[in-house]
Design a binder for this molecule. Structure first.
Ligand code: SF4
Ligand code: SF4
Length: 425
């Protein structure tokens, strides 16, 4: 696409062109420093570079073309929104990334200052008119997970058409029944939006598509157990980030090609860092595009990240939806079963998360765990303490970090991470 075609498309979406140009310039520089400067990258990373270079270009054009063909675009913020149902309704689902500081002052006119940056970011992107994904959405789906999001969606609903899914906070049978009813309510909202009834056949096909994407991501996760690490944590995080907004069938094919290349690299004993480089598991809050600060600091401190215990990572890909049930009701039961396994910190109790982290650390041969919490995120701040105790019991070195999207603390964080990595070497 030419620059003029890009600009015309962004103007049609009513973006603030000047502010948007500034955002892309910062994003391009950040990407160059953090991604393109890496050594020993896989050839398949060209796909990642291309997708990122066209993140506000070709992919947005595809969304506009889909809309012109009568499809609806559904934006989401949380892994509790079942993509299976969205696809079965013939709609396109995109994650609305909220990984950069933008429009913060505007956002603080709608939500309190002591709100996490992820929330301020999605409100700021909307108010500043710089996100072509948000502006392409026919429906935005929120969910009642943490208090900050719940209340922020009330403000966001004044700016965009929203559907709110109730996500329970416990996992008793009554909670499961509530979420099962919410799946039906979401299905009905999609049918109203698209004018298309969701059939068992469409849901079965959508489930296969989403499961195939998850299987490819699981394959990537498993390959990262190799030493030397065959892919950097930064690139693996980017793969997971892209999984939220690229076309799922294209994404799956490209990721499987990347995994083929990784298998070849492992067979030759090659990696992105020498064998025995300290290996870290990153656990905690989701890292949406372009939240690459901490992974960059870790991997420029002599360590390599081998897994992400996060929603932009294992929490989103660990479980598949059972493809065997026949009939819509049984398929909805299977969806409910799958989504109620998610170990988000918004649940109480949430002990399975501690078990998952210990199991991931073991299978990925991690030498230590870094817990990442976003400033003002209560659920993950509480769990950071529990994770610390669980890691001590498992004999795994542990560091808890709380930060935001700003760069002001980068130097101090790097000092802490370097000191931690030194204890592992
Ligand atoms: S951390 Fe919880 S609320 Fe946030 S995206 Fe994940 S499941 Fe949703
Ligand atoms: S990072 Fe924490 S506070 Fe922010 S939206 Fe997620 S769960 Fe809520």
């Amino acid at each position: 696409m030419s620059d003029a075609a890009h600009k015309a498309m962004w103007e049609a979406l009513d973006l603030d062109i000047e502010a948007h140009d500034a955002l892309l310039a910062v994003l391009g520089k950040f990407y160059g420093d953090i991604y393109m400067a890496q050594e020993g990258r896989l050839k398949g990373a060209e796909y990642l570079d291309f997708v990122l270079s066209e993140v506000h270009g070709l992919r947005i054009k595809e969304l506009q073309d889909a809309k012109a063909a009568g499809k609806k675009i559904v934006g989401t913020f949380c892994v509790f929104v079942p993509e299976e149902l969205t696809l079965a309704a013939g709609a396109v689902q995109v994650g609305l990334c909220a990984g950069a500081k933008a429009g913060t002052e505007l956002a603080e006119t709608l939500v309190p200052r002591n709100t996490c940056d992820l929330i301020k970011s999605f409100i700021g992107f909307k108010l500043a008119r710089i996100c072509p994904y948000t502006e392409s959405c026919d429906l935005v789906v929120g969910e009642t997970t943490c208090d900050g999001k719940k209340k922020a969606y009330e403000a966001f609903a004044e700016l965009a058409p929203m559907h709110i899914m109730e996500v329970p906070q416990c996992k008793a049978p009554a909670d499961r029944a509530l979420f099962r009813a919410e799946l039906v309510r979401y299905k009905e909202a999609l049918e109203k939006l698209t004018g298309k009834a969701i059939t068992a056949e469409a849901l079965a096909e959508a489930t296969r598509t989403v499961n195939a994407k998850r299987r490819a991501l699981q394959r990537l996760s498993a390959l990262r157990a190799a030493d030397p690490a065959p892919i950097s944590g930064r690139d693996a995080l980017l793969v997971n980030q892209i999984s939220f907004y690229d076309d799922p069938i294209r994404f799956t094919a490209k990721l499987n090609e990347l995994c083929d290349e990784i298998e070849g690299r492992i067979a030759k004993g090659e990696g992105v860092a020498p064998a025995k480089t300290p290996r870290l598991l990153l656990a905690g809050c989701p890292m949406a595009v372009p939240n690459w600060k901490l992974p960059y600091l870790i991997e420029s401190s002599g360590a390599v990240i081998v897994g992400e215990e996060s929603c932009i990572g294992e929490r989103n890909t660990r479980d598949l939806t059972d493809e065997t049930p026949a009939g819509l009701e049984a398929m909805l039961d299977a969806l409910c079963d799958r989504y109620m396994k998610i170990d988000c910190a918004c649940f109480t109790p949430n002990d399975e998360r501690l078990e998952h982290i210990a199991a991931m650390a073991q299978s990925l041969k991690a030498d230590g765990v870094i817990h990442y919490g976003l400033l003002f995120c209560q659920p993950y701040a509480h769990e950071a303490m529990k994770v610390g105790k669980a890691m001590a019991a498992a004999g795994l070195p542990y560091l808890a970090i709380e930060t935001d999207y700003g760069m002001e603390d980068a130097g101090q964080l790097k000092t802490r991470v370097e000191a931690f990595v030194e204890t592992l070497a």
